[in-house]
Design a protein around this ligand. Structure first.
Ligand code: FES
Length: 139
């Protein structure tokens, strides 16, 4: 191998390595985000949430609340207020969810009653089977 062709081969190899080293992070940055981690399921015993009570848990890194509504069954809602993202609190006596930041009020179905929140709270799918409540996307 002549000196010139050897140098060309080395430079070509270095160029390919540089493209790989620099290109991978760029491709990772430009690639679309994977769909949200929607496969996680959370199992909660029904005995943990008596009628009228609620349980705050973390689901997919998101604070949610599972409520056992009197006569209406279980529901899971995001606790993140749709106004500026404060965490809503369960008001058991009034049967509603209250945002402490700007007094937004939601029904136990997550609908806005009053205050500045522009949208209902996000509803999280659940499945109630036997003695368990499964929080998460079913299917
Ligand atoms: Fe909840 Fe403003 S953040 S009402």
């Amino acid at each position: 191998m002549q000196r010139r062709s050897f140098l060309k081969s080395v430079l070509a190899g270095l160029g390919a390595a540089a493209v790989a080293v620099l290109g991978y992070p760029v491709m990772r940055f430009l690639a679309p985000l994977r769909s949200a981690v929607a496969t996680e399921k959370l199992a909660i015993s029904k005995t943990d949430i008596p009628s009228g009570d609620a349980k705050e848990v973390i689901y997919n890194d998101k604070p949610i609340i599972v409520i056992n509504r009197r006569g209406k069954g279980y529901i899971a809602l995001s606790r993140v207020c749709t106004h500026f993202g404060c965490l809503v609190m369960y008001d058991k006596e009034q049967g509603r969810l209250v945002c402490p930041c700007h007094a937004g009020i939601f029904t136990l179905e997550g609908n806005v009653v009053s205050g500045p929140p522009p949208r209902p709270l996000e509803r999280i799918p659940i499945e109630v089977t036997g003695d368990m409540i499964f929080v998460g996307y079913i299917g």
